[in-house]
Design a protein around this ligand. Structure first.
Ligand code: MHF
Ligand code: KIV
Ligand code: MG
Length: 290
């Protein structure tokens, strides 16, 4: 577990000291407890939960109510780690009052520390408004999965000069709008390094190479727990999915073969009680006959 409550100041200090920031997604109480106990600095309640937990094939259908439900559970498992929740699809493009109200619900009801918002210049004013209202904002640039239908797939971003320049400009604008950190997803390592050096706020990469201030991966990806998605930036640390599948298969077979439950899993009636119950049943049957 991180020694002290992680705040935006902790993360700034880590960047200055070149101490890597470890972030991982968490979606419920047990995943939050495991990540917290492992010493993760930030738990991200990512809208990827739509794909790895709720079974949708993108993050687009995920609602604020979904995010709230999972954020509450994660907050109960988080000790010192910072809990950040994704604003779901379209939220940041609503009128400012509505954006503030939704962010407020994630903090007041969900107990999130702050929110993460996908986008650049087009959401700059919303980042300013959130920041002014006391909502810590984490930006998210590069591959922004909520725009998958617009982007044409989960593709590496910022590969040519105009797109790389736009990413650099967006990053600076999001920082200047008040964001306390930035996620950079699926961009070439050299570009991510430039952004990281260019910004004062911590940059946390996913598929963005080795030179960001921190890294984030999806919980289910590092444990090979789910999904048809196998992004090339993922490192599988444990084949937990296989372990779980074999355990569940064994249980089902044990039930069908009557190998479960065994004597040690059962309780028994006290001496004599069974005979009394037999007598009771016989008495009831006689009563019915009469
Ligand atoms: N399980 C999971 N892990 C994630 O990292 C993740 C989600 N779900 N859902 C929401 C988004 C979608 N993400 C993705 C999904 C696929 C790729 C992917 O396969 N990318 C190709 C790059 C293709 C190219 O441009 O060359 C890759 O090979 O990594 C990347 C990010 C990241 N997020
Ligand atoms: C992959 C991370 C950055 C994310 O946004 C999510 O999990 O939803
Ligand atoms: Mg997300």
């Amino acid at each position: 577990m991180a020694k002290k409550k992680v705040t935006r100041r902790t993360l700034l200090k880590m960047k200055r000291n070149q101490e890597p920031i470890a972030m991982i997604t968490a979606y419920d109480y047990p995943s939050a407890c495991l990540a917290e106990d492992a010493g993760a600095d930030i738990l991200l309640v990512g809208d990827s939960l739509g794909m790895v937990v709720l079974g949708y094939d993108s993050t687009i259908p995920v609602t604020l109510e979904d995010m709230l439900h999972h954020t509450k559970a994660v907050a109960r498992g988080a000790g010192n780690a910072m809990v950040i929740t994704d604003l779901p699809f379209m939220t940041a493009h609503l009128p400012t009052g509505e954006v503030l109200r939704k962010a407020a619900r994630l903090m007041q009801e969900g107990l999130a520390y702050g929110v993460k918002v996908e986008g650049g210049a087009e959401i700059e004013e919303k980042v300013k408004a959130l920041t002014a209202a006391g909502v810590p904002v984490m930006g998210h640039l590069g591959l922004t999965p909520q725009s998958v239908n617009q982007l044409g797939g989960y593709l590496i971003q910022g590969k040519d000069l105009p797109n790389a320049q736009r990413l650099l400009d967006d990053a600076k604008r999001i920082e200047e709008a008040g964001a306390f950190s930035l996620v950079l997803e699926c961009v070439p390592e050299e570009l991510a390094e430039l952004v990281t050096k260019h910004l004062e706020i911590p940059v946390i990469g996913i598929g963005a190479g080795r030179y960001c201030d921190g890294q984030v991966l999806v919980y289910h990806d590092i444990l090979a727990l789910a999904g048809d998605l196998h992004p090339s930036f993922v490192k599988v640390y444990r084949e937990a999915g296989k372990l779980m599948a074999s355990g569940i298969q064994e249980y089902v077979q044990d039930v069908k073969n009557r190998h479960f439950p065994e004597e040690k899993h059962v309780s028994h009636l006290k001496e004599g009680l069974l005979e009394q119950l037999h007598g009771y049943i016989e008495g009831a049957q006689k009563h019915e006959e009469n």
